[in-house]
Design a protein around this ligand. Structure first.
Ligand SMILES: [Zn+2]
Ligand SMILES: [Zn+2]
Length: 92
């Protein structure tokens, strides 16, 4: 009765590791190009802190509506960290 031939475990492991390494490198490379901005979570804008996202700064009891000067009524202002792109490419 012949001895069972052992499968080439070493080769399989090396091949598998190389594939995984290539996959990780690819994923890291893509993320390095377009990393989500941590400030606005990729939205490109954050809620206006001047009007608290209301769009206007009308004082209580005022007759005329005062549009927020910071966001011009848009309720969000452009993210300074990513300059509105939603992705942070400055840190690598
Ligand atoms: Zn505002
Ligand atoms: Zn941002």
């Amino acid at each position: 009765m012949p001895l069972p031939v052992a499968p080439p475990v070493q080769e399989v492991l090396v091949y598998g590791t190389a594939l995984v390494s290539a996959g990780v490198a690819l994923a890291l490379g893509l993320r390095g190009e377009q990393r989500q901005c941590p400030t606005c979570a990729g939205l490109g804008g954050i809620r206006c802190i001047v009007c608290s996202g209301r769009g206007d700064t009308t004082p209580q009891g005022a007759l005329t509506k005062e549009v927020c000067r910071a966001c011009k009524g848009a309720t969000i202002i452009k993210c300074r960290t990513c300059k509105g792109s939603g992705f942070d490419r400055g840190l690598r």
